[in-house]
Design a protein around this ligand. Structure first.
Ligand SMILES: [Zn+2]
Length: 230
């Protein structure tokens, strides 16, 4: 019977495995998180790409990351008015209610969103087409090549960091020294996250970086602007 279920529905089997194998050894942690509530210190904004696994990258477990993911890890412009916007709502909740101490924006190599920003999306994907415009300022006036894609992915992360600073509650907390911003570019094939270093105006492999983030955030334009000119 069990095998039949497994054949028919692998996902159901995985749900049962979580309950029988994982949960018993972590039950107390889950119970504490229910009793005390969640107090994550980090908002992780990542691309929806299945190869980006925030818990693996950061060695995190339950209760540690407040996560919002979308196509491209993009930040919509803050207009302070209306609209049903999940990413904006998550940022507001994380900063105003959870009082997170850091916000990570994590792009990655071989990002389909960045490729689609160059090559276009299906006509029927009206929301996607509009969404991809959030990367348009990061695009380079060149044919898409592996090098151009890599540069654009990084430029897009910096662009989103800038947009994040347009959110009043983000800017306020950053300027008060309560919140740091972290721009990451995860190179899947190397197993390495490259961290945006504001002072250098470039991304530095985590193995060589002195800091995981940019805080306190200063706009890259006040430095050498290298990220947008190299
Ligand atoms: Zn992506």
């Amino acid at each position: 019977m069990t095998d039949k279920v497994a054949d028919a529905d692998e996902l159901l089997l995985r749900l049962r495995r979580f309950r029988s194998d994982y949960f018993p050894t972590h039950q107390q942690r889950f119970q504490d998180l229910v009793t005390e509530g969640q107090h994550p210190k980090t908002l992780f904004i990542g691309c929806s790409d299945s190869r980006v696994v925030p818990y693996l990258l950061t060695g995190s477990g339950p209760g540690e990351l407040f996560i919002v993911r979308n196509v491209g890890a993009f930040i919509p412009p803050y207009d302070g008015s209306h609209g049903l916007h999940g990413t904006m709502a998550a940022i507001e909740f994380a900063v105003l209610t959870l009082h997170v101490e850091r916000i990570i924006i994590c792009g990655h190599s071989h990002c389909g969103a960045i490729r689609a920003a160059y090559e276009g999306a299906p006509d029927e994907a009206v929301a996607l087409k509009a969404w991809l415009k959030l990367a348009s300022e990061a695009l380079l006036p060149v044919q898409s090549s592996p090098e151009a894609m890599r540069k654009t992915e990084k430029r897009a992360v910096v662009l989103q960091l800038e947009r994040l600073m347009e959110y009043p509650m983000v800017r306020r907390d950053v300027e008060a020294g309560k919140l740091t911003l972290h721009g990451w570019h995860y190179v899947i094939e190397d197993g390495e996250v490259h961290v945006f270093d504001v002072k250098q105006g470039d991304f530095v492999p985590a193995s060589l970086a002195s800091n995981s983030g940019t805080g306190p955030y200063q706009p890259y334009v006040e430095h050498d602007g290298q990220i947008f000119s190299d």
